[in-house]
Design a protein around this ligand. Sequence first.
Ligand SMILES: [Zn+2]
Length: 411
Amino acid sequence: MDEDFVVKVTSDLIKINSQNPPGYTKGVVDYIKDLLNDNGIKFEIYEFEKNKQNLIAKIGNGSPTLILNGHMDVVPPGDESKWIYDPFSGKIVDDKIFGRGATDMKGGLATILVATLQLSDIIEKSTGSLIFVASADEEVGGHAGMQGLVKNNLIKGDAALIAEPSGYNRVSIGEKGLCQTKILTKGIPSHGSMPILGENAILNMYKAINIAKETIDELNSKIIIPNDVEFAIKETSKTYESVIKEKKLNISVEDIEKQLKSVSFNPGVIKGGSKINMVPDYCELELDMRTPPGCKCENVRNLLKNKLNGIAEIYPIDTSESNFTSTEERITKIALNSVEKILNKKPELHIESGATDGRYLRAIGIPTIIYGPGELFLAHSYNEYVKVYDLKMALKVTKNIITEFLNIKSS
Ligand SMILES: [Zn+2]
């Protein structure tokens, strides 16, 4: 089994359509099952929602225990005419593997799977153990995937590595929180020709949005970011340089850094009114806010509630607090050292602007890092690909992380 095997596995995995919705993962699980069986590795399958299968394989019985995780579902390909190659072809062109999920995250899944297969014999003989988890449902919140597995006490370990695309030279240690909130305004209906006889819910929403925006701007000037994360955010913002150039945006890397350190403010959906000649009595707004480490969603919502008292009502839609793993944790140190050792260059720290399954593991006290191959800005986009070179490097680094964490002397 040479290092080209990870290329074949990535391409094979892309060919198995696991788009979410519907998020069925049986096809991917069947593929992984065959490889595990060929190598005599035992596994269990868990299903919390029909056809959304999760697989857990365990090697060894001792400690420490390292968890490897990757999700099997991918987002839909969207308009297929915008793809140069069939999104489920797994076609390899110019040392790139193309297809939906190449970056997010069939490349990463292939990396941890192949690492598991290639190291299984020496882990078996070691004092440590390795848990490989292929999960479902990540792209829609992980409820029938990692959240279900954690809730049912099926995952225990001393640290975890999630192979989401950090980029092969980067280690991601945390993520912003999710603070999606509904703002609701009311009014008094009346004929549109005489608005003075009513009260316009849409105009009330206009007021509410302005107050909410001012409130968040003021809050952002006071947030204190934990030290570990401060540095990671600085490095993360630099990765946006190419995007700024490509999109010809009139912003700087410092603006990106400021955004990552702040509560973001994005009114995503607005609904209100039923007819042009009526004064609307109802309007609602779905506001997407992402909170940085050092800022709790609950506090943000309470603040908005106070400021909008008498103008609008506030309701939660979805919440997940920001979370991170310290650079002082053993797994973080080993991951950073491994990148430096294998690539012979200084690793970059990173934090995620969106939520990952890492939150469920960190919530039960498992130090978790994200390390995997892929192009950060290609996730969920057309013509997604992963580079063959990145895959091979990430495999080497991942194997080094596993052996060091499990105290296996490298030969
Ligand atoms: Zn992902």
